[in-house]
Design a protein around this ligand. Structure first.
Ligand code: F6R
Ligand code: MG
Ligand code: MG
Length: 367
């Protein structure tokens, strides 16, 4: 096959001192495992981590949803979970929701973003990985990068980008099967905006360039809670975003993260916090957060990955991190009141629902 496939597969399989970070040993052993076992299947790989999640970036020629590639990732995470258990780490094996591998890691717990393409000369892409938040956290930055000329001036400067982008949006509340809609920017912009604002329910799954039909974006859309039937952690998203030329420039994709916009996922997956752009490998801290996102920029040639550039490891983002810290403190001042905590339907613990139920009998209706 001429096409290269990039698969980013991530999971929380245990972490040190709470939900803070995987151990060094876990990450080292997962890397070793892929180097040892990946030979016949992978062209290349890169292992990174953010908060309590480990992410495997795999390049290969097996196509999207490949049994062999997914099995390799599954086995790598199983090995990470085994070490987490041996080390007595917290939440060991947390995201591996099934005992046995069955064809594809989708539906088994790990988050997956993958796409295939005919490699361009100078193929460049970003790996975005977020922790303590949910897949809808990327709705706003992707909307701004691919549909808003105020953030992506390429949409008016480049004739190719000017033809717009096609968004595939998934209804993640629909758990029986994939329920998706395709909307074109700019023609369907208001419809797109109306869906994407509801980031608990509607999530950007893919974006394609309308000029070429090429896929620019693949995002994970996992719903761990729906798979497991009980709360088992947040669905921290991963995305691959191809950049430059007929796609937004790297900086146009990064720029919207300067908003440090509020997203769900702070403490117990039940609070709102700002999405802080951080360096790869940053652990979790204040109030089990704040929600955070990292961005590794790669070049790729014949599927071989360059050393990545850590795109948020730049003095500019220190200022944004300070703002995100201020925004965290500001919303934390009102504790669990109003918009600081998620609405009833999205609460990840049952404590409040149980309380309200117990209080039902004590309500009286005054005539
Ligand atoms: C986990 C997370 C954390 C936990 C919290 C309580 O991804 O975001 O905020 O929800 O630390 O964890 P448990 O209930 O495991 O003690
Ligand atoms: Mg966790
Ligand atoms: Mg996580």
């Amino acid at each position: 096959m001429n096409e290269i496939t990039l698969s980013a597969i991530k999971a929380d399989v245990g972490s040190v001192g709470g939900h803070l970070a995987p151990s060094r040993e876990m990450v080292a052993r997962v890397k070793e495992f892929l180097s040892r076992e990946g030979g016949g299947i992978l062209v290349d790989h890169h292992v990174t981590h953010l908060g309590d999640d480990i992410c495997l970036l795999l390049s290969h020629r097996e196509g999207v949803g490949s049994h062999e590639v997914h099995k390799l990732a599954w086995e790598a995470f199983k090995m990470g979970a085994r070490i987490a258990r041996e080390e007595g780490l917290y939440g060991a094996g947390q995201d591996l929701l099934r005992d046995a591998f069955s064809g594809n890691v989708r539906g088994l717990g790990p988050g997956v973003a993958e796409l295939s393409f005919r490699e361009r000369p100078g193929e460049a892409f970003l790996l975005l990985l977020a922790d303590k938040t949910s897949p809808g956290a990327l709705n706003l930055p992707l909307y701004l990068a691919f549909a808003d000329p105020m953030h992506c001036s390429g949409l008016i400067l480049s004739p190719s980008l000017g033809q717009g982008f096609r968004f595939t949006v998934m209804d993640v509340a629909h758990t029986k099967a994939d329920r998706v809609i395709e909307l074109d920017a700019p023609q369907d912009l208001y419809d797109l905006a109306a869906l994407l604002r509801d980031n608990d329910r509607f999530v950007v799954e893919k974006v394609h360039a309308r000029a070429t039909g090429d896929q620019a974006v693949a995002c994970s859309t996992t719903r761990l809670t729906a798979i497991a039937g009980r709360y088992v952690g947040k669905d921290d998203p991963v995305a691959i975003v191809r950049v430059q030329k007929d796609f937004p420039a790297t900086g146009e994709v990064l720029a919207p993260f300067a908003l440090a916009h509020y997203v769900p996922g702070f403490m117990r997956g039940s609070h709102i916090g700002p999405l802080m752009p951080v360096r790869a490998g940053t652990p979790v801290s204040y109030f089990d957060g704040p929600p955070q996102v990292m961005a590794l920029a790669f070049s790729c040639h014949g599927g071989r990955l360059s050393d990545p550039v850590d795109a948020f490891d730049h003095p500019f983002w220190d200022r944004i991190r300070d703002r995100a810290a201020d925004k965290s403190l500001e919303i934390r001042r009102q504790g669990f009141f109003g918009p600081a905590m998620l609405g009833m339907a999205e609460l990840e613990y049952t404590g409040i629902a149980d309380r309200l139920k117990a209080l039902e009998a004590r309500f009286t209706v005054r005539e």
